[in-house]
Design a protein around this ligand. Sequence first.
Ligand code: AP5
Length: 257
Amino acid sequence: MSLSAKNDRIAWLKGPSAECSAIPTKQQRPWRLVLLGAPGVGKGTQAALLSERLQACHLSTGDVFRAAGKRHDCDQSPAMKAALEYMRRGELVPDSTVWEMVRERSQCLLDCAGFILDGFPRTLTQAESLRELMENEQLSLSAVVNYELPVDEIIQRLSGRRTCEKCKAVFHVTERPSKDDGICDHCGGGLFQREDDRAEAIAVRLDAYERSTAPLIQFYENLGLLVPIVAKGSPDEILARTMDRLPNEQRDERRIS
Ligand code: AP5
């Protein structure tokens, strides 16, 4: 079974009425990671690499909202329409809407081969909800990786980002350009610039991150789960740095098997 089939994430992106094209293989000790870090630090890029390396599903809440935004107007609930407005402005979507969406898809967190959560949780309320869900299922997180980068480099990454409209692969106009301008290397889809990567929205997002998401660093540090990673260098270098810092026991088991 190819990894792309395994991690097609349709159940996550479209909700529980959709089924992934292939059921991921159950892992004896699945990786359950949360990725933290400012918008544009490279969480999505690392989540895609980690998902392939650790055979765990890449679950991004931002991707769910963007997928919902592509549906016909009449297929969007009032809460989802409101969520898309928050997102366009660069503001956080209210916790109740986010949690409703995640709860609806909780099987993706509980059943699958493990997960890499990208963009969730983003507030203390969301982190508490996740903790409760996992405790009820007697599951625990493997680690919470916090990616760190100076703000000027973050802005540079965000303003040059291009995303595939079909498979959601992420490129950068100078740092990770596609082979053919405007065309995705993986599926041939068109590349577009996200609406929230405009300068005004970037400023709002960075502010929301400082106010609401940065406190999660202390929250997870107190739980002994935090793994800080400097997000400088190429994506492969950052991946190697991350792999080296993941909890030893689980990582070594994976190398041996
Ligand atoms: P979301 O989609 O989660 O966006 P984000 O957190 O703002 O993060 P980004 O996707 O912008 O950046 P990233 O860190 O993944 O970086 P990437 O890998 O793409 O959320 C969007 C919105 O949805 C939020 O603003 C909010 O409104 C709403 N939302 C979502 N979840 C929510 C929640 N839980 N609660 C409330 N609201 C929520 O990389 C960026 C660029 O840099 C790319 O071009 C990439 O190619 C390039 N790059 C990556 N790594 C490197 C590298 N090592 N060197 C050079 N370039 C690199």
